[in-house]
Design a protein around this ligand. Structure first.
Ligand SMILES: [Zn+2]
Ligand SMILES: [Zn+2]
Length: 203
């Protein structure tokens, strides 16, 4: 990896952190949410998604997982949309868990959209479901999509919910025939479906 590449990567990672801090200050200090979110743990950012089609996801209680390939391709747009999008999910997850919102609250429904607007963001931009081309993957210093990650993300019918399996359970879930194991979401009771690899990362 060239030194310039790593400085660039650090710069954009830092920009995500700053954006997250600004949004957190805005919501945690607000009259409307200050009391409701008093005990919400501070969000953490992990740049560990290895996927062609997932820009980011939120994991209860406080993890934002972001995809560096997308960050370095979309830069400013990513910082201004994906960080807030996933942070809004974390807040909604927390409000649901605390019983301030019903369990059936949809991932991108009204509560989430209201939170996006509260954060000053447009709920109609960006996407979990995005695509990255081979061309955009030729970036130095990034985790390779071909490298075997050691965690595997699964989705279910709960919007925005991510389940992670280790390599062994992932292998069982992907096996054919009688050896195949089916894992169900405890919340919606539906079988979980493989979504993408999460690389074990030191970032
Ligand atoms: Zn989302
Ligand atoms: Zn579910």
């Amino acid at each position: 990896m060239e030194e310039g590449d790593s400085i660039l990567i650090d710069y954009w990672k830092h920009r995500c952190q700053v954006e997250l801090s600004n949004l957190a200050i805005k919501v945690y200090n607000s009259e409307k949410y200050r009391d409701l979110l008093r005990q919400m743990p501070e969000p953490e950012v992990h740049f560990d998604i290895v996927s062609r089609n997932t820009a980011g996801f939120a994991r209860f209680p406080n993890e934002l997982h972001l995809n560096l390939h997308f960050l370095l391709r979309d830069k400013e747009q990513f910082v201004n949309t994906v960080v807030g999008h996933e942070f809004a999910h974390l807040i909604i997850f927390y409000l649901v868990k605390k019983g301030y919102l019903p369990k059936s609250t949809p991932g991108h429904g009204r509560a989430w959209k209201d939170m996006m607007r509260f954060l000053g963001l447009d709920p109609n931009t960006y996407y979990h479901e995005a695509q990255i081309s081979d061309e955009d993957l030729n970036l130095n210093g990034l985790p390779s999509l071909r490298k075997q990650g050691n965690k595997f993300a699964y989705t279910c019918d709960c919007e925005g919910m991510i389940h992670t399996l280790g390599a062994i359970r992932h292998k069982r879930a992907q096996a054919k025939g009688a050896r195949r194991a089916v894992y169900n979401c405890r919340n919606c009771k539906q079988p979980i479906k493989f979504s993408h690899v999460i690389e074990a990362s030191d970032s």
